[in-house]
Ligand binder design. Structure first.
Ligand code: ATP
Length: 864
């Protein structure tokens, strides 16, 4: 057996091997050691291998999913080796034959489909990064829902795309540097071959060409091919369902890189929890599929104003129809997760309960369609389109309704899920089994009478099957050779017997039950087939329901919070009146009225705001709130503001000064500079840039100098809309030099020596920094704050004499990053440019080659 184990383990070298032995999955050797540590279970031994004890541990098969979940969440992959023949078959081959086993599936974080292993409200994506023709491509899928997408991606933006997708597992070709921050599986380079990938896709989707699905780049095909190869390698024979691949075009979504997502806490907080994120704050969806749709929408705000308007129209319709909204949400709440049920069924892990879920969910979808179609309010285009995607599932629903009992169970092998009247033959078998049980009751009565033992019982257990049981004190007469009973077992207080009649009856019952179960199993397989034939249409229905759920939920949110519809167009306006920070406002709870709303106008002549003000005044809140409003508006949501007019933001950047952000590995200042560099390279005049105290992670002079230069670069070269919060008051001098800089500050008032934060953003610069007042507020000992004010007075006296640290910056020439440097000319380049290859003889060409080589060796003689 150990040979068989080692052979299977070799097949699944990068996974823990769950080796099925009877009612347990056993692990051996290093796997056992690793699993006991991860699961906190006992490590034992079993036999020896090459003179050494074999470490072993095991988990019960019936509860193995719990253990699987823990191992997967710790980043393990688990290969499941099942017994693939009956032990009786093995015995037929000879006394010592080992039952055949095979790895039937490799469970990895990116390929889960089990309800118990997944979060209903989050997608579980497997992604692959491909490269071909010097370009990169991504492919990703979610086996639990059948989603399958690809996207071309710029090498510099791979991190941003992956931050959007948040894959549970990322496939990368061996030899390539894996992108940081993801759970990576290194896969053979051959898997990433684009031609093989194309062939694999054509085979899987049974088409001659992929043209009908989209114009994929070679790099996308390479990634998609690796993805399919991995799915097939881990799922073995299970025909998991994937939809044909669709392309995502990165320019159709607002580009938001990983650092910006983290800083804005879009899907999770910086501490890593969903609670407290924007997504958590706005998610009022009532279905798992709706929650996943909203998460995907928020991760990829749109850039096409028309597409955004469509979503807003749908949302607006629900805002204006509160009664329908309530009914729709109540109806959706009762509709189960169609995609995930389909995912389980197609992966071969579905149950009768999944068929029941689909029956109810699809019929619920049809009811909802009727409800909405009957609405007398004209429906917006997107709702009409959604309704068009629902159904028709009438026949399937009827078929399932006729076949299944009201609440089918979790397991095919328990039977009892096919409704009475659906299959007369099955009813007859069940009748026989039922009859048998009636006969047993009659037999029991007869035996009681014949033996005179009133307490005689016929019982059933898994070891003996049906048997007669009497108390020990009544057993003697039944022990007699001619009693008609055969002794089976004596326990402390009871004795058990068999009889010919009982054995006969039991055999009849068993046969009928086995046949009935076989019939039910066959029905399950047939029903599953029928459902899967309609999987794509059911998937469309699920997609439409998710979209309706998202719109109704966002409408509910807008109605509860008094949010308004933003005007989104192709211009570069950014005019928010009375904007609020959705998460900070929500966190105030009952005191939400206390949140101070603020305006923000980044029109062309004031597109860069320099925001000063004391700590704790609300600068960061103001900055982030405006970024979040742009994200929400382009997601197609209403926004917490009195009004909002936003020209589509193509790329959004948000950076927080070093000391607010703890990163590992690199110094915080280094991280800040790397991220600032990325903004300066990537932002465009359509971008929105949020910079919060950039430059504060280093010495005052360096920090001010960097902040100064960054403001100039954003203003002159990038011309992006920008909010820049800073403690360097010296920067406000830039307002006089840069035409589109607008100064703003957050109002505070000192009252009886205490600082009162008013959180109101007004035009102008802070008169001073109030650092000491905040320190006092924070409870710094009086001796320290007193001493600090002495030092401050001295510093300020020195500043008065020298003109402060920014003295002399007034006459610094303007920033010139935009002016292209005159390229240096060099003799080698000139000589090459003068060549006319078509007019040269081979001899002349060779001579010229020598001349050029001489010129190069002489150093190229740069002429500037
Ligand atoms: N507009 C507002 N209305 C009500 N409360 C607010 C508002 N803005 C901010 N606050 C409150 O003030 C606190 C401090 O805000 P914030 O972190 O934005 O200040 P800051 O000026 O960026 O401070 P620092 O410079 O120390 O980072 C927030 O936690 C929030 O509770």
């Amino acid at each position: 057996m150990i040979e068989q184990y080692l052979a299977l383990k070799a097949e699944a070298a990068d996974s823990l091997l769950f080796f099925r032995m009877g009612d347990f999955y056993e692990m051996f050797f290093q796997d056992a050691v690793a699993a006991t540590a991860a699961l906190d279970i006992a490590l034992t031994k079993r036999g020896q291998y090459m003179g050494e004890d074999i470490p072993m541990c095991g988990v019960p098969a019936h509860s193995h999913e719990t253990y699987l979940a823990r191992l997967i969440s710790k980043g393990f992959r688990v290969a499941i080796a099942e017994q693939v023949e009956d032990p009786a078959e093995a015995r037929k081959r000879g006394g010592k034959s080992v039952v055949r086993r095979a790895v039937v599936r490799v469970v990895t974080p990116g390929t889960l489909t089990e309800e118990t292993l997944l979060d209903a409200r989050s997608a579980n994506r497997l992604a692959a990064l491909g490269e071909a023709e010097g370009r990169m491509g991504l492919a990703w899928c979610d086996l639990s829902s059948g989603e399958f997408m690809t996207a071309p991606v710029d090498a510099a933006l791979v991190g941003a795309e992956l931050a959007r997708l948040r894959p549970a597992e990322l496939l990368v070709a061996e030899g390539r540097e894996p992108p940081p921050g993801h759970l990576v599986a290194m896969r053979p380079r051959g898997d990433f071959d684009s031609t093989a990938g194309e062939r694999g896709l054509c085979r899987r989707f049974e088409v001659g060409t992929l043209e009908g699905f989209g114009a994929f780049t070679r790099a996308e095909l390479a990634a998609a091919g690796a993805l399919i190869a991995f799915v097939e390698a881990t799922q073995k024979d299970a025909a998991v369902r994937l939809r044909p691949p669709a392309r995502h075009l990165p320019e159709s979504a607002m580009l938001i890189d990983a650092a910006t997502r983290a800083s804005l806490e879009l899907a999770e907080t910086q501490a890593g929890s969903r609670k407290g994120s924007l997504l958590d704050c706005i998610d009022l969806t009532v279905t798992g599929a709706g929650a996943r749709r909203l998460a995907a929408d928020l991760a990829a705000p749109l850039t096409d104003p028309d597409a955004i308007a469509h979503r807003l129209d749908l949302l607006g319709w629900f805002v204006g129809a509160p009664t329908i909204r309530e009914r729709v949400r109540a109806a959706l709440k009762r509709i189960a997760d169609i995609e995930r049920a389909l995912g389980r069924l197609s992966a071969g892990r579905g149950s009768p309960r999944d068929l029941g879920l689909l029956r109810d969910a699809l019929s619920g979808a049809l009811d909802l369609k009727r409800l909405l179609s009957e609405s007398r309010l004209g429906v917006p285009a997107m709702l009409a389109e959604c309704l068009g995607r629902i159904g028709p599932h009438g026949a399937l629903v009827e078929g399932l309704a006729a076949a299944l009992v009201a609440e089918p169970g979790f397991s095919v092998s328990d039977g009892g899920f096919i409704a009475e009247g659906f299959d007369p033959a099955l009813d007859e078998l069940r009748g026989l089994a039922q009859d048998g049980r009636r006969h047993i009751a009659a037999l029991e009565a007869r035996y009681r009478e014949a033996t005179g033992i009133a307490a005689l019982k016929i019982r059933h257990n898994n070891v003996l099957g049906y048997h007669v049981e009497v108390a020990a004190r009544h057993a003697d007469p039944l022990m007699a050779a001619d009693s008609g009973f055969t002794h089976r077992q004596t326990l402390a207080g009871v004795v058990r017997f068999n009889s010919v009649d009982l054995a006969d009856l039991a055999a009849r019952i068993a046969e009928a039950s086995t046949k009935a179960l076989a019939a039910e199993t066959a029905h399950f397989a047939a029903l599953r087939e029928t459902v899967l034939e309609e999987a794509d249409a059911a998937g469309d229905t699920a997609g439409a329901l998710a979209r309706i759920d998202v719109a109704a939920a966002l409408a509910e949110l807008a109605a509860r919070g008094g949010w308004v519809r933003p005007a989104v167009d192709a211009g570069t306006a950014f005019d928010i009146r009375g904007g609020r920070h959705p998460v900070v406002e929500a966190a105030l709870g009952a005191k939400r009225e206390a949140f101070v709303s603020n305006d923000c106008d980044l029109g062309p002549e004031r597109r860069l705001w320099l925001l000063t003000g004391p700590n704790m005044a609300g600068k960061s809140t103001f900055l982030r709130q405006n970024a979040l409003l742009a994200v929400l508006a382009q997601t197609g949501s209403f926004v917490p503001a009195a009004s909002a007019h936003i020209g589509v933001v193509d790329r959004l950047f948000s950076r927080v000064g070093a000391s607010d952000n703890l990163a590992e590995g690199r110094s915080t200042f280094m991280v800040e500079m790397v991220e600032t560099a990325a903004i300066l390279r990537q932002a465009t005049p359509r971008s929105l840039v949020i910079l919060d105290e950039v430059g504060r992670g280093t010495s005052t002079y360096d920090g001010l100098a960097i902040a100064w230069a960054v403001v100039e670069a954003v203003h002159d070269s990038l011309a992006s809309r920008c909010l820049f919060a800073t403690h360097y008051h010296e920067l406000t001098a830039l307002a006089g030099r840069l035409s589109a800089v607008h100064l703003a500050t957050v109002k505070v008032r000192e009252w009886k020596g205490d600082l009162v934060f008013l959180h109101e953003v007004i035009a102008g610069a802070a008169d001073r920094s109030y650092g000491l007042a905040v320190a006092r507020l924070a409870g710094l000992p009086a001796a320290v704050t007193h001493r600090a004010s002495e030092v401050l007075t001295r510093l300020e006296q020195g500043k008065a004499k020298t003109g402060g640290i920014a003295a002399g910056l007034g006459d610094l020439p303007l920033f010139s990053a935009a002016a292209p440097a005159t390229p240096a000319r060099d003799a080698l380049r000139d000589a090459l440019a003068a060549l006319r290859p078509d007019e040269m003889s081979p001899r002349a060409a060779l001579d010229t080659l020598y001349d050029l080589k001489r010129l190069a060796d002489a150093g190229g003689e740069t002429i500037s």
